[in-house]
Design a protein around this ligand. Structure first.
Ligand code: CTP
Length: 399
Protein backbone atom coordinates (compact mmCIF):
# COMPACT_ATOMS: atom_id res chain seq x y z
CA UNK A 1 0.00 0.00 0.00
CA UNK A 2 1.40 3.38 -1.00
CA UNK A 3 1.21 6.07 1.63
CA UNK A 4 -1.92 8.21 1.65
CA UNK A 5 -3.04 11.54 3.05
CA UNK A 6 -4.29 9.59 6.07
CA UNK A 7 -1.02 7.77 6.80
CA UNK A 8 -0.09 8.24 10.47
CA UNK A 9 -2.89 10.75 11.17
CA UNK A 10 -4.66 10.33 14.51
CA UNK A 11 -8.38 10.36 13.85
CA UNK A 12 -11.08 10.17 16.50
CA UNK A 13 -14.36 8.85 15.11
CA UNK A 14 -17.30 9.62 17.38
CA UNK A 15 -20.21 7.27 16.75
CA UNK A 16 -23.63 8.15 18.18
CA UNK A 17 -26.96 6.33 18.35
CA UNK A 18 -28.34 6.34 14.83
CA UNK A 19 -29.01 3.39 12.55
CA UNK A 20 -26.48 4.91 10.12
CA UNK A 21 -23.74 3.76 12.54
CA UNK A 22 -23.35 0.61 10.44
CA UNK A 23 -22.16 2.71 7.49
CA UNK A 24 -19.43 4.24 9.62
CA UNK A 25 -18.00 0.76 10.21
CA UNK A 26 -17.02 0.89 6.52
CA UNK A 27 -15.46 4.32 6.95
CA UNK A 28 -13.39 3.14 9.91
CA UNK A 29 -12.24 0.12 7.95
CA UNK A 30 -11.15 2.32 5.04
CA UNK A 31 -9.36 4.81 7.31
CA UNK A 32 -7.47 1.98 8.99
CA UNK A 33 -6.50 0.53 5.58
CA UNK A 34 -5.25 3.98 4.58
CA UNK A 35 -2.97 3.75 7.61
CA UNK A 36 -4.73 6.28 9.87
CA UNK A 37 -4.59 5.63 13.63
CA UNK A 38 -8.29 5.48 14.37
CA UNK A 39 -9.75 5.73 17.88
CA UNK A 40 -13.48 5.17 18.00
CA UNK A 41 -15.50 6.82 20.77
CA UNK A 42 -19.09 5.56 21.08
CA UNK A 43 -21.99 6.96 23.01
CA UNK A 44 -23.95 4.47 25.11
CA UNK A 45 -26.87 4.58 22.67
CA UNK A 46 -24.55 3.88 19.73
CA UNK A 47 -23.69 0.55 21.36
CA UNK A 48 -27.36 -0.43 20.96
CA UNK A 49 -26.94 -0.27 17.18
CA UNK A 50 -23.49 -1.74 16.69
CA UNK A 51 -21.04 -3.39 19.05
CA UNK A 52 -17.75 -1.86 20.21
CA UNK A 53 -16.16 -5.14 19.11
CA UNK A 54 -16.98 -4.30 15.48
CA UNK A 55 -15.10 -1.02 15.72
CA UNK A 56 -12.18 -2.38 17.73
CA UNK A 57 -11.75 -5.17 15.18
CA UNK A 58 -11.85 -2.75 12.24
CA UNK A 59 -9.69 -0.01 13.77
CA UNK A 60 -7.26 -2.32 15.55
CA UNK A 61 -7.62 -0.08 18.61
CA UNK A 62 -9.55 -0.07 21.86
CA UNK A 63 -13.00 1.50 21.59
CA UNK A 64 -13.88 4.09 24.23
CA UNK A 65 -17.39 4.29 25.65
CA UNK A 66 -17.21 5.24 29.28
CA UNK A 67 -16.03 8.51 30.69
CA UNK A 68 -14.45 6.90 33.73
CA UNK A 69 -12.68 3.77 32.64
CA UNK A 70 -10.39 2.75 35.48
CA UNK A 71 -9.08 -0.20 33.48
CA UNK A 72 -5.76 0.72 31.95
CA UNK A 73 -5.64 3.90 34.00
CA UNK A 74 -7.38 5.91 31.26
CA UNK A 75 -9.35 8.19 33.54
CA UNK A 76 -8.20 11.11 31.40
CA UNK A 77 -9.17 9.52 28.08
CA UNK A 78 -11.06 12.64 26.96
CA UNK A 79 -8.03 14.86 27.42
CA UNK A 80 -5.67 12.34 25.86
CA UNK A 81 -7.89 11.66 22.82
CA UNK A 82 -8.73 15.30 22.28
CA UNK A 83 -5.19 16.57 22.67
CA UNK A 84 -3.58 14.04 20.36
CA UNK A 85 -6.16 14.05 17.57
CA UNK A 86 -5.41 15.44 14.12
CA UNK A 87 -9.10 15.25 13.26
CA UNK A 88 -12.37 14.47 15.04
CA UNK A 89 -15.24 13.09 12.97
CA UNK A 90 -18.71 12.73 14.48
CA UNK A 91 -20.65 10.26 12.35
CA UNK A 92 -23.48 9.63 12.49
CA UNK A 93 -24.30 12.66 14.63
CA UNK A 94 -27.71 12.46 16.32
CA UNK A 95 -29.87 15.47 17.21
CA UNK A 96 -28.97 14.80 20.86
CA UNK A 97 -25.20 14.91 20.35
CA UNK A 98 -25.53 17.95 18.08
CA UNK A 99 -27.49 19.63 20.88
CA UNK A 100 -24.81 18.78 23.44
CA UNK A 101 -22.05 20.15 21.22
CA UNK A 102 -24.00 23.31 20.39
CA UNK A 103 -24.68 23.95 24.07
CA UNK A 104 -21.14 23.22 25.20
CA UNK A 105 -22.48 20.36 27.32
CA UNK A 106 -20.33 17.40 28.23
CA UNK A 107 -22.46 14.53 29.52
CA UNK A 108 -20.37 11.77 27.89
CA UNK A 109 -16.86 10.93 26.75
CA UNK A 110 -17.45 12.03 23.13
CA UNK A 111 -18.72 15.53 23.88
CA UNK A 112 -16.02 15.97 26.55
CA UNK A 113 -13.34 14.90 24.09
CA UNK A 114 -14.61 17.43 21.55
CA UNK A 115 -14.52 20.25 24.09
CA UNK A 116 -10.96 19.24 24.90
CA UNK A 117 -9.66 19.21 21.33
CA UNK A 118 -8.25 21.92 19.11
CA UNK A 119 -8.21 19.62 16.06
CA UNK A 120 -10.70 20.21 13.21
CA UNK A 121 -14.13 18.76 14.02
CA UNK A 122 -16.38 17.44 11.24
CA UNK A 123 -19.98 16.64 12.09
CA UNK A 124 -22.11 14.37 9.86
CA UNK A 125 -25.76 14.59 10.96
CA UNK A 126 -27.97 11.58 10.20
CA UNK A 127 -31.57 11.36 11.40
CA UNK A 128 -35.19 11.40 10.31
CA UNK A 129 -35.73 14.35 7.97
CA UNK A 130 -38.42 15.97 10.13
CA UNK A 131 -36.00 15.94 13.05
CA UNK A 132 -33.20 17.25 10.85
CA UNK A 133 -35.25 20.17 9.51
CA UNK A 134 -36.65 21.08 12.95
CA UNK A 135 -35.63 24.68 13.77
CA UNK A 136 -34.05 23.59 17.07
CA UNK A 137 -31.69 21.20 15.27
CA UNK A 138 -31.01 23.72 12.50
CA UNK A 139 -30.15 26.39 15.07
CA UNK A 140 -27.80 24.02 16.85
CA UNK A 141 -26.07 23.22 13.56
CA UNK A 142 -25.59 26.94 12.94
CA UNK A 143 -23.90 27.21 16.31
CA UNK A 144 -21.56 24.37 15.40
CA UNK A 145 -20.57 26.29 12.27
CA UNK A 146 -19.91 29.33 14.47
CA UNK A 147 -17.56 27.14 16.54
CA UNK A 148 -15.65 26.51 13.28
CA UNK A 149 -16.84 22.93 13.02
CA UNK A 150 -17.53 21.62 9.54
CA UNK A 151 -21.08 20.30 9.15
CA UNK A 152 -21.61 17.94 6.22
CA UNK A 153 -25.09 18.13 4.73
CA UNK A 154 -26.96 14.83 4.87
CA UNK A 155 -28.21 13.22 1.66
CA UNK A 156 -31.79 13.03 0.50
CA UNK A 157 -33.51 9.72 -0.07
CA UNK A 158 -35.46 6.93 1.57
CA UNK A 159 -34.37 6.44 5.18
CA UNK A 160 -34.49 3.46 7.53
CA UNK A 161 -37.82 4.78 8.88
CA UNK A 162 -39.21 4.40 5.31
CA UNK A 163 -39.66 8.16 4.99
CA UNK A 164 -38.20 10.06 2.11
CA UNK A 165 -36.27 13.25 2.77
CA UNK A 166 -33.02 14.85 3.86
CA UNK A 167 -31.24 13.06 6.66
CA UNK A 168 -29.26 10.13 5.24
CA UNK A 169 -25.58 9.78 6.08
CA UNK A 170 -23.62 10.53 2.88
CA UNK A 171 -21.47 7.92 1.16
CA UNK A 172 -17.73 7.65 1.82
CA UNK A 173 -16.80 9.12 -1.59
CA UNK A 174 -18.56 12.37 -0.66
CA UNK A 175 -17.02 12.78 2.77
CA UNK A 176 -13.52 11.48 2.04
CA UNK A 177 -12.34 14.64 0.17
CA UNK A 178 -13.65 16.83 3.02
CA UNK A 179 -11.82 14.75 5.63
CA UNK A 180 -8.64 14.81 3.53
CA UNK A 181 -8.79 18.57 3.11
CA UNK A 182 -9.14 19.11 6.85
CA UNK A 183 -5.83 17.35 7.56
CA UNK A 184 -3.87 18.74 4.59
CA UNK A 185 -1.68 21.80 4.43
CA UNK A 186 -3.51 24.66 2.70
CA UNK A 187 -0.53 25.89 0.71
CA UNK A 188 -2.63 26.56 -2.40
CA UNK A 189 -5.38 28.37 -0.51
CA UNK A 190 -7.49 30.51 -2.87
CA UNK A 191 -5.02 29.99 -5.76
CA UNK A 192 -7.00 29.65 -8.99
CA UNK A 193 -5.91 26.62 -10.97
CA UNK A 194 -7.15 25.44 -14.35
CA UNK A 195 -6.50 21.77 -15.10
CA UNK A 196 -7.28 19.85 -18.27
CA UNK A 197 -7.71 16.10 -18.30
CA UNK A 198 -8.61 13.12 -20.42
CA UNK A 199 -8.56 12.53 -24.15
CA UNK A 200 -10.46 14.49 -26.75
CA UNK A 201 -12.87 12.83 -29.15
CA UNK A 202 -12.82 13.87 -32.79
CA UNK A 203 -16.05 12.87 -34.49
CA UNK A 204 -16.07 11.31 -37.96
CA UNK A 205 -19.82 10.66 -38.04
CA UNK A 206 -22.49 10.12 -35.34
CA UNK A 207 -21.06 6.67 -34.55
CA UNK A 208 -17.30 6.97 -35.02
CA UNK A 209 -14.48 9.07 -33.64
CA UNK A 210 -10.72 9.41 -33.39
CA UNK A 211 -9.26 9.47 -29.89
CA UNK A 212 -6.40 8.18 -27.74
CA UNK A 213 -5.73 6.02 -24.69
CA UNK A 214 -5.87 8.74 -22.05
CA UNK A 215 -8.13 7.78 -19.09
CA UNK A 216 -8.02 11.18 -17.38
CA UNK A 217 -6.72 9.68 -14.11
CA UNK A 218 -3.65 11.93 -13.87
CA UNK A 219 -5.62 15.15 -14.41
CA UNK A 220 -8.42 14.13 -12.05
CA UNK A 221 -5.93 13.22 -9.30
CA UNK A 222 -4.24 16.59 -9.84
CA UNK A 223 -7.58 18.38 -9.52
CA UNK A 224 -8.38 16.49 -6.31
CA UNK A 225 -4.97 17.18 -4.81
CA UNK A 226 -5.09 20.89 -5.68
CA UNK A 227 -8.61 21.25 -4.21
CA UNK A 228 -7.50 19.37 -1.10
CA UNK A 229 -4.67 21.89 -0.67
CA UNK A 230 -7.11 24.78 -0.85
CA UNK A 231 -6.99 25.76 -4.54
CA UNK A 232 -10.04 26.91 -6.49
CA UNK A 233 -9.97 24.37 -9.27
CA UNK A 234 -11.61 24.41 -12.69
CA UNK A 235 -11.28 21.06 -14.45
CA UNK A 236 -11.82 21.01 -18.21
CA UNK A 237 -12.27 17.35 -19.04
CA UNK A 238 -12.64 15.34 -22.19
CA UNK A 239 -14.80 12.19 -22.07
CA UNK A 240 -13.73 9.90 -19.20
CA UNK A 241 -15.38 7.28 -17.00
CA UNK A 242 -14.34 9.16 -13.84
CA UNK A 243 -16.65 10.90 -11.37
CA UNK A 244 -16.09 14.67 -11.14
CA UNK A 245 -13.99 15.39 -8.02
CA UNK A 246 -15.89 16.87 -5.04
CA UNK A 247 -15.35 20.61 -4.65
CA UNK A 248 -14.05 21.11 -8.19
CA UNK A 249 -15.80 23.04 -10.97
CA UNK A 250 -15.97 20.57 -13.85
CA UNK A 251 -16.46 21.60 -17.50
CA UNK A 252 -17.07 18.65 -19.82
CA UNK A 253 -15.95 18.86 -23.45
CA UNK A 254 -15.68 16.47 -26.39
CA UNK A 255 -13.31 17.68 -29.10
CA UNK A 256 -10.02 19.58 -29.12
CA UNK A 257 -11.84 22.57 -30.59
CA UNK A 258 -14.32 22.48 -27.66
CA UNK A 259 -11.45 22.14 -25.19
CA UNK A 260 -9.66 25.05 -26.82
CA UNK A 261 -12.76 27.24 -26.40
CA UNK A 262 -13.31 26.24 -22.76
CA UNK A 263 -9.66 26.71 -21.83
CA UNK A 264 -9.40 30.11 -23.51
CA UNK A 265 -12.57 31.24 -21.76
CA UNK A 266 -11.09 30.46 -18.33
CA UNK A 267 -7.37 30.99 -18.97
CA UNK A 268 -7.03 34.60 -17.96
CA UNK A 269 -8.55 34.35 -14.49
CA UNK A 270 -6.30 31.44 -13.46
CA UNK A 271 -2.91 31.82 -11.81
CA UNK A 272 -1.80 28.30 -12.67
CA UNK A 273 -2.71 26.26 -15.75
CA UNK A 274 -1.87 22.56 -15.88
CA UNK A 275 -2.47 20.82 -19.20
CA UNK A 276 -2.56 17.11 -18.55
CA UNK A 277 -5.13 16.39 -21.27
CA UNK A 278 -4.06 14.28 -24.23
CA UNK A 279 -5.38 16.54 -26.94
CA UNK A 280 -5.83 14.90 -30.35
CA UNK A 281 -3.48 16.62 -32.78
CA UNK A 282 -5.80 15.97 -35.72
CA UNK A 283 -9.52 15.84 -36.41
CA UNK A 284 -11.50 14.59 -39.37
CA UNK A 285 -11.79 17.38 -41.93
CA UNK A 286 -15.49 16.63 -42.39
CA UNK A 287 -18.00 15.42 -39.79
CA UNK A 288 -20.78 13.53 -41.57
CA UNK A 289 -24.26 14.31 -40.29
CA UNK A 290 -25.40 10.74 -40.98
CA UNK A 291 -23.56 7.52 -40.21
CA UNK A 292 -21.35 6.71 -43.20
CA UNK A 293 -22.29 3.33 -44.72
CA UNK A 294 -19.34 0.97 -44.92
CA UNK A 295 -19.34 0.77 -48.71
CA UNK A 296 -19.26 4.60 -48.83
CA UNK A 297 -16.19 4.99 -46.59
CA UNK A 298 -13.13 6.11 -48.49
CA UNK A 299 -9.84 4.44 -47.63
CA UNK A 300 -8.35 7.81 -46.85
CA UNK A 301 -9.62 9.92 -44.01
CA UNK A 302 -8.91 13.58 -44.64
CA UNK A 303 -7.51 15.20 -41.51
CA UNK A 304 -7.24 18.79 -40.30
CA UNK A 305 -4.79 20.04 -37.68
CA UNK A 306 -6.22 20.88 -34.26
CA UNK A 307 -5.14 24.01 -32.43
CA UNK A 308 -2.20 23.46 -30.05
CA UNK A 309 -3.88 24.80 -26.92
CA UNK A 310 -0.77 24.76 -24.77
CA UNK A 311 1.30 26.55 -27.39
CA UNK A 312 -1.31 29.29 -27.60
CA UNK A 313 -1.42 29.61 -23.79
CA UNK A 314 2.37 30.01 -23.81
CA UNK A 315 2.08 32.79 -26.39
CA UNK A 316 -0.42 34.77 -24.33
CA UNK A 317 0.97 33.97 -20.86
CA UNK A 318 0.56 36.87 -18.45
CA UNK A 319 3.31 37.82 -16.04
CA UNK A 320 2.95 35.88 -12.80
CA UNK A 321 1.00 33.12 -14.52
CA UNK A 322 2.44 29.62 -14.29
CA UNK A 323 2.09 27.21 -17.18
CA UNK A 324 2.60 23.48 -16.67
CA UNK A 325 2.56 21.02 -19.57
CA UNK A 326 2.70 17.28 -19.89
CA UNK A 327 4.52 15.33 -22.53
CA UNK A 328 3.89 11.79 -23.62
CA UNK A 329 7.17 10.37 -24.88
CA UNK A 330 8.39 6.92 -25.75
CA UNK A 331 12.14 7.73 -25.83
CA UNK A 332 14.68 10.52 -25.12
CA UNK A 333 12.49 11.90 -22.32
CA UNK A 334 14.69 14.79 -21.24
CA UNK A 335 15.61 16.00 -24.75
CA UNK A 336 12.03 15.81 -26.05
CA UNK A 337 10.65 17.33 -22.83
CA UNK A 338 13.04 20.29 -22.99
CA UNK A 339 12.06 20.94 -26.61
CA UNK A 340 8.40 21.23 -25.58
CA UNK A 341 9.23 23.29 -22.46
CA UNK A 342 10.95 25.88 -24.65
CA UNK A 343 8.74 25.75 -27.75
CA UNK A 344 5.55 26.16 -25.69
CA UNK A 345 6.99 28.74 -23.24
CA UNK A 346 6.27 26.59 -20.16
CA UNK A 347 7.47 26.96 -16.58
CA UNK A 348 7.33 23.26 -15.87
CA UNK A 349 6.77 20.07 -17.83
CA UNK A 350 6.00 16.57 -16.57
CA UNK A 351 7.32 14.00 -19.01
CA UNK A 352 5.60 10.61 -19.05
CA UNK A 353 7.23 7.49 -20.33
CA UNK A 354 4.37 5.88 -22.26
CA UNK A 355 6.45 2.88 -23.25
CA UNK A 356 6.19 1.25 -19.84
CA UNK A 357 3.25 -0.99 -18.83
CA UNK A 358 2.93 0.42 -15.33
CA UNK A 359 3.17 4.16 -16.01
CA UNK A 360 1.39 6.54 -18.36
CA UNK A 361 -1.95 5.80 -20.04
CA UNK A 362 -4.75 4.13 -18.04
CA UNK A 363 -2.52 3.10 -15.09
CA UNK A 364 -3.05 4.11 -11.44
CA UNK A 365 0.64 4.76 -10.93
CA UNK A 366 3.09 6.97 -12.68
CA UNK A 367 6.69 8.08 -12.82
CA UNK A 368 7.38 11.44 -14.40
CA UNK A 369 10.45 13.46 -15.16
CA UNK A 370 9.86 17.04 -14.03
CA UNK A 371 11.72 19.65 -16.05
CA UNK A 372 11.96 23.40 -15.53
CA UNK A 373 14.37 25.85 -17.18
CA UNK A 374 17.24 25.03 -14.82
CA UNK A 375 16.24 21.81 -13.13
CA UNK A 376 15.53 18.17 -13.85
CA UNK A 377 14.05 15.80 -11.29
CA UNK A 378 12.93 12.21 -11.75
CA UNK A 379 10.02 11.71 -9.37
CA UNK A 380 9.70 8.29 -7.70
CA UNK A 381 7.42 5.59 -9.13
CA UNK A 382 4.25 6.05 -7.09
CA UNK A 383 0.48 6.53 -7.26
CA UNK A 384 -0.92 9.23 -9.53
CA UNK A 385 -2.32 10.84 -6.35
CA UNK A 386 1.13 11.14 -4.84
CA UNK A 387 2.68 12.17 -8.15
CA UNK A 388 0.10 14.99 -8.18
CA UNK A 389 1.22 16.19 -4.77
CA UNK A 390 4.87 16.16 -5.84
CA UNK A 391 4.05 18.18 -8.97
CA UNK A 392 2.02 20.64 -6.87
CA UNK A 393 4.90 20.93 -4.35
CA UNK A 394 7.00 22.15 -7.27
CA UNK A 395 4.24 24.50 -8.43
CA UNK A 396 4.12 26.00 -4.91
CA UNK A 397 7.87 26.61 -4.98
CA UNK A 398 7.63 28.32 -8.37
CA UNK A 399 4.70 30.53 -7.32
N1 CTP B 1 -1.35 19.91 -26.20
C1 CTP B 1 -2.29 20.88 -26.43
N2 CTP B 1 -2.92 20.95 -27.64
C2 CTP B 1 -2.63 20.07 -28.61
C3 CTP B 1 -1.66 19.06 -28.39
C4 CTP B 1 -1.03 19.01 -27.17
O1 CTP B 1 -2.56 21.69 -25.55
N3 CTP B 1 -3.26 20.15 -29.77
C5 CTP B 1 -0.65 19.88 -24.89
C6 CTP B 1 -0.93 18.67 -24.04
O2 CTP B 1 -2.02 18.93 -23.16
C7 CTP B 1 0.36 18.48 -23.27
C8 CTP B 1 1.40 19.02 -24.20
O3 CTP B 1 0.72 19.83 -25.15
O4 CTP B 1 0.40 19.25 -22.09
C9 CTP B 1 2.24 18.03 -24.93
O5 CTP B 1 1.46 17.06 -25.54
P1 CTP B 1 2.16 15.93 -26.44
O6 CTP B 1 1.09 15.10 -27.08
O7 CTP B 1 3.22 15.24 -25.65
O8 CTP B 1 2.92 16.78 -27.50
P2 CTP B 1 2.58 17.41 -28.88
O9 CTP B 1 2.75 18.88 -28.72
O10 CTP B 1 1.31 16.93 -29.41
O11 CTP B 1 3.82 16.89 -29.75
P3 CTP B 1 4.14 15.42 -30.34
O12 CTP B 1 2.82 14.70 -30.49
O13 CTP B 1 4.81 15.73 -31.62
O14 CTP B 1 5.06 14.76 -29.36
Amino acid sequence: MMSSVYTGKRIVVGVTGSIAAFKVAGWVSTLAKEEAQVSVVMTRSATQFITPLTFSSLSGNKVHVDMFDAEGGETMAHIMLGREADLVIVAPATANTIGNLAGGLAPDLLSTTILATRAPVIVCPAMNSRMYTHPAVQNNLKRLVECNYTVIDPDEGVMACKEDGKGRLPEWDQVDPIFQKSISKQDLKAVKILITAGPTREAIDPARFLSNRSSGKMGYRLAEAAARRGAEVTLVSGPTALAPPVGVRCVKVQSAVDMHAAVMQHAEENKVIIKSAAVADYRSREIAAEKIKKDKISEHLELARNPDILFELGQRKKSGQLLVGFAAESSNLEVEGRKKLEAKNLDLIAVNNINSDDTGFETDNNQVLLLSANDAEMLPFTSKAQTSDLILDRVCRLL
